[in-house]
Design a protein around this ligand. Structure first.
Ligand code: NAI
Length: 330
């Protein structure tokens, strides 16, 4: 099936082509993001494959539908970048990748926590310059600390399991509590209680209208002073301006984020030779107790391989008129 693949980086091309080996879909790789301006490049493509910062709103879907697109396959779990209601109206099916190494994201969240708490990135920069001083590098033991997990689904649960291995006390919050979290010794609590008692808070719930800015100024006022916040889920869960204020006052002791609400204009590209116009991200990266990565938590050989295989399988199932197991709910 003729498929336009937007936001196609080198690794997308290599690994999607590998997954397509012997299957034979006609893949048209487009490096630009999908937008009203670029949608025309997908003319004649029944399937369009996108990533998290592509624009898949009603306007773009309307252009795609008129050009003959009937399937949009996102190479991600989250689908908050897609106007699902508009797609339904236009008769376009949306599929995503529900199952791809949740370990990749959970392990990265742990990595971020260790890096920000133990100042690993700072230490590495120092030693490269011949500075072996320890001043400013003191962290705290994770053993015995309380870790709050908001969203105990696939990723949150693995993160919780790893933190249990560190000897942490687990407090969770989820609309659908799972016995698997309690089996780890975790207990469920309200968001307010979780924020008040946790030394570390890690976000693993999806971005929905109900979770937008779940960490806002009011929530930050309730966190245990000096709490470390980890966000590998979606940038929109956090009010970044409020976080900057909380970092300035010391209410937040540290922040490590792999996602950022305004990431669409920044991430997945090399901007090192340009003047970055986003003052908030520039302020954030200037803090000694902040680590920002560019949405790479999913980026492992295992996860990308699975994402590409699932995407090709979904396109094949659609072509054969079979049920779409990864169709987004609703
Ligand atoms: P999942 O669907 O297995 O788990 C999400 C959990 O959040 C569910 O248990 C759900 O009940 C819960 N939840 C929903 N609304 C909530 C609320 N208001 N408060 C608390 N919990 C709530 O999803 P999974 O696979 O664990 O992924 C979680 C998120 O991680 C995704 O939505 C996505 O945004 C993000 N993600 C980030 C990646 C990255 O590279 N940084 C890669 C993959 C996913």
């Amino acid at each position: 099936m003729k498929t336009a693949v937007f936001s196609a980086r080198r690794y997308d091309k290599t690994m999607l082509a590998q997954a397509n080996d012997g299957v034979g879909h006609a893949l048209l790789f487009i490096e630009e993001r999908l937008s009203v301006e670029t949608a025309r490049q997908a003319a004649g493509c029944v399937a369009v494959c996108v990533f998290v910062n592509d624009t898949v709103d009603a306007g773009v879907l309307d252009i795609l539908a008129r050009q003959g697109t009937r399937l949009v396959a996102t190479r991600s779990t989250g689908y908050n970048h897609i106007d699902a209601a508009a797609a339904r109206r236009l008769g376009i099916e949306i599929v995503r990748v529900t199952d791809y190494s949740p370990n990749s994201v959970a392990e990265f969240a742990v990595g971020l926590l260790l890096a920000v708490n133990r100042k690993i990135a700072r230490a590495s920069v120092r030693t490269r310059e011949g500075n072996f001083d320890l001043d400013g590098l003191m962290g705290f033991d994770l053993h015995g600390k309380t870790v709050g997990v908001i969203g105990t689904g696939k990723i949150g649960l693995i993160f919780a399991r790893i933190m249990a291995g560190f000897g942490c006390t687990l407090v969770g919050h989820d609309l659908y509590p799972t016995p698997a979290f309690e089996a780890l010794g975790g207990r469920y609590a309200s968001v307010d209680e979780l924020l008040a008692c946790s030394d570390v808070v890690s976000l693993h719930c999806p971005l929905l209208d109900t979770t937008h800015h779940i960490v806002d100024a009011a929530a930050l006022a309730r966190v245990k002073r000096g709490c470390v916040l980890i966000n590998t889920s979606r940038g929109g869960l956090v009010d970044t301006d409020a976080v900057v204020t909380a970092l300035k006052t010391g209410q937040l002791g540290g922040l490590a984020i792999d996602v950022y609400e305004q990431e669409a204009s920044l991430f997945f590209q090399d901007l090192s030779s340009t003047v970055i116009l986003d003052d908030v991200i520039q302020r954030l990266v200037s803090f000694p107790n902040v680590i920002v990565t560019g949405h790479q938590a999913f980026f492992t050989v295992e996860a990308i391989g699975q994402i590409m295989r699932t995407t090709i399988d979904s396109i094949s199932a659609f072509e054969r008129g079979e049920p779409l197991v990864n169709r987004i709910p609703g």
